[in-house]
Each structure stands twice: as structure tokens, then as C-alpha cells.
Design a binder for this molecule. Structure first.
Ligand SMILES: *Cc1c(COP(=O)(O)O)cnc(C)c1O
Length: 397
């Protein structure tokens, strides 16, 4: 069914510049009306001309034109031909892991999104998949974790919330030598700043909930792949398992993506200014931001990323200080999630990574004093002032 249900970016979509692709890839004026923006096809089914004869679309779980437009657009942004949209980032991860069979082994980064760790250890292990969690900053540790039945290497870079990086070209070479697939969770960097496919990785996933949609009004996910056989299986899973996004969500995400380059430039500019300022602040004991020269993997960041974005973690030394900081900010809202136009602040140990045990958190470095910032696109000065007043209160604790 290649070309039927599989969303495939055209060569034209893959050739223009990134910002042009963000606005246009996969989208042409509507042939019926000339509408310049893709319509939201609010329909669950499509009429058949005769019994057994249907057009390109049949039933909206299988495919929907708005969803297909989003898939073509995101495939083009990641520089791949195929993309499959899901109802959340976790549904995208679940689809990728569903390509495996009992006994298959996955080497996963030890500091991945808490929900990724949870679905692996509390669901897929039960179905017979095997997982090893390794510090993927170190290529030797990945190599050591590989066994005879390893099928996938799953990495998140930069990682949430410790901003650990994985050398994507090196992992891609290692995987190619061993006949393994590399899956990269590219949610933090986005294809604007990091292109895993260009670096040799086969599969990229996103929580489109975050930077790609960028406006904190949709939950969604995408799996991008360079391989037609994987695309076919993912297409099968969209239809057979049904964890698909609705057309409205696809349309909102498409609209969000159009301004991705502009937003990412601002997240990055403010992110760098705020990280530099926080690094010098007396209340900050440690800071984790790949754009800082003091980040132990700054060299790698400059090599494989073209910007560092708006995610910053700081350790303010104690739970009491962290609590005061996240509760005292006025512009930075205390909330889960990240990557929207608005600034958010969170406490990983009790929020995104609450599902991990104390030992698991300690091993990765997620202390009780760790606070994570998602720097939005508000005025940088206002954000600095907000953090300054909240840190003053935190210091008194
Ligand atoms: C949020 C997030 C996810 C999960 O995505 P949902 O859309 O919330 O299901 C996966 N990976 C990373 C890095 C995330 O930040």
C-alpha cells in the first residue's frame, strides 16, 4: 500500500530551506476552493464510488487528509520521507516499541522522559521485551549493554531534565555496524536545531505537544522514519491499534509548526541570556544547559546542534529552596510540560520524574533541589526580573 496510506514527503518538500518547509511542506492550495490553508477534514468516513471502490481515503482511523498533511510536513522537517502521527508523544513511543517482539532487547538512555521509562518497565517488560538503561553519554556503555537480541537503541538528547547529550553520529555508526535501529527522541532540540536523520539515525520521535506545536493547546506525537518497511508497519499500527490524533489537533499542530523557526530563535536567545545570568547567581549551585561553555558536553552540543533552545535546569541546593523558587515566580507558571510560547517552571523530582524511585533519581542526578525551566518567548528582561525576585525569596529558605 505504499503511496496509499503512507504519508510521504515529496522531493520538492525536502529541497527548500527549513523555514520554507515549515510553512509549505505537504501543503498546496485546496484544489476545490483554492483555500490557502489546509482544511480541517471533520469527517469519520469517506464515500465510495461503487462497492469495493474507494478513493485515497476510506475511514478516518486509517487516514485523514489533515493528518496526512501534518505527517508530510513533519517528515520534510526531519529530512525523511515517512512520518506517522499519534495521539500523544507516549502513543508514538508505544508504536515504535510495538514494532518489537517478545525477547527483543532495547538499550535505552538512563535519563529519558519519565513516561518513556515507565512504559518500558511497567508495560513492555510485562509483554516480554527486555530493557537495559545505560548512560548514553558514553559510547562504551552503550556498546557494553548490547546483547545478541538487541534490536533498538533509544536515546533522548538533550535529555530531560539533566541535559545529557548523546553523540548521534557515533551511535548511528555503532548501530549500523551491529544492524540495530537508533530511535531519537528529538523533542527538546526540534529539527530546527538538531537533525538526527542527517546524522545517520533511522527513527525520530517527538512529543509534538511541546516545541513543534508550541502553543500548549494540543497533546500529540509523531514518528518519523527513513525506512519504507517501518513506515508500513507504523501505518498498520495507526489503523489497527488506533492511537491517532483527530483532525483539529493535526490542524493546530500544523499551524504551530509554521512559526517554529521564529520561536526557536527566541527560545534560544533568551535561554542563553538567562542561563548565563543564572550561572553567576549565588543561589544557583549547579546549572545544566548545553549552551554554556561550562557544560561538560558543550563541544558536542556545538557539533551536532545549531542552537541550544530554552530548556535549563538548575540545582538550588535544597527542596525548600526549590519549592520557594517554583512557587514564587509570577510569569513562569508552575506546571508540567514545556516548549510553549509561555514560560513554565517545574520540579522534576516531584513532577515529571516522580515515577522513578529515589535511588533511580539519585543515580541520574535528579536531586530534590533541581528545578527545570522552559523559557518562553516573553521579553527576556521580564523573565530575568521574575527569576531574580523568586530567587531572592528562595535564598531566605
Ligand atoms: C512530553 C514528552 C514526552 C511524552 O509526550 P506526550 O505528548 O506528553 O505524551 C516524551 N518525550 C519527551 C522528551 C517529552 O518531553
Amino acid at each position: 500500500m505504499i503511496g496509499g496510506n503512507m504519508a510521504k514527503a515529496s522531493d520538492l518538500d525536502l529541497e527548500s530551506g527549513f523555514a520554507t518547509k515549515a510553512v509549505h511542506a505537504g501543503q498546496n492550495p485546496d484544489p476545490c476552493t483554492g483555500a490557502i490553508m489546509p482544511p480541517v477534514y471533520l469527517t469519520s468516513t469517506f464515500a465510495q464510488s461503487r462497492l469495493g471502490e474507494h478513493g485515497e481515503f476510506e475511514y478516518a482511523r486509517t487516514n485523514n487528509p489533515t493528518r496526512e498533511t501534518l505527517e508530510k510536513n513533519l517528515a520534510a522537517l526531519e529530512g525523511a520521507y515517512f512520518a506517522h502521527a499519534f495521539g500523544s508523544g507516549m502513543a508514538a513511543t508505544t508504536a515504535v516499541l510495538s514494532l518489537l517482539k517478545p525477547g527483543d532487547h532495547v538499550v535505552c538512555g538512563e535519563n529519558v522522559y519519565g513516561g518513556t521509562h515507565r512504559i518500558m518497565t511497567r508495560f513492555f517488560e510485562r509483554l516480554g521485551l527486555k530493557f537495559s538503561f545505560a548512560d548514553t553519554r558514553d559510547l562504551d556503555k552503550i556498546d557494553d549493554a548490547i546483547t545478541f537480541n538487541t534490536k533498538l537503541i533509544f536515546v533522548e538528547t538533550p535529555s530531560n531534565p539533566m541535559m545529557h547529550l548523546t553523540d548521534l553520529s557515533a551511535v548511528a555508526v555503532l548501530a549500523r555496524d551491529r544492524g540495530l535501529t537508533v530511535v531519537v527522541d528529538n523533542t527538546f532540540a526540534t529539527p530546527y536545531f538538531q537533525k538526527p536523520v542527517e546524522l545517520g539515525c533511522e527513527v525520530v520521535i517527538h512529543s509534538t505537544t511541546k516545541y513543534l506545536n508550541g502553543h500548549s493547546d494540543v497533546v500529540g506525537g509523531i514518528v518519523v522514519t527513513t525506512r519504507a518497511d517501518q513506515s508500513e508497519q507504523l501505518s498498520f499500527l495507526q489503523n489497527a491499534a488506533g492511537a491517532i490524533p483527530g483532525p483539529w489537533d493535526c490542524w493546530l499542530t500544523l499551524r504551530g509548526v509554521k512559526s517554529l523557526p521564529l520561536r526557536m530563535r527566541q527560545h534560544d536567545e533568551s535561554g542563553q541570556t538567562i542561563a548565563n545570568w543564572l550561572e553567576k547567581h549565588s543561589a544557583v549551585e549547579r546549572i545544566f544547559y548545553p549552551g554554556l561553555k561550562s557544560h561538560p558536553q558543550h563541544g558536542l552540543a556545538c557539533q551536532q546542534m545549531s542552537g541550544f533552545g530554552g530548556m535549563i535546569s538548575v540545582d538550588v541546593g535544597s527542596f525548600e529552596r526549590a519549592k520557594a523558587l517554583v512557587e514564587e515566580t509570577r510569569i513562569f507558571a508552575l506546571a508540567e510540560s514545556l516548549g510553549g510560547v509561555e514560560s513554565l517552571i517545574g520540579h522534576p523530582a516531584s513532577m515529571t520524574h516522580a515515577g522513578l524511585s529515589d535511588e533511580e533519581r539519585e543515580k541520574i542526578g535528579i536531586s530534590k533541589g533541581l528545578v527545570r525551566l522552559s523559557v518562553g518567548i516573553e521579553d527576556t528582561e521580564d523573565l530575568l526580573e521574575d527569576l531574580d525576585q523568586a530567587l531572592q525569596t528562595a535564598t531566605l529558605k
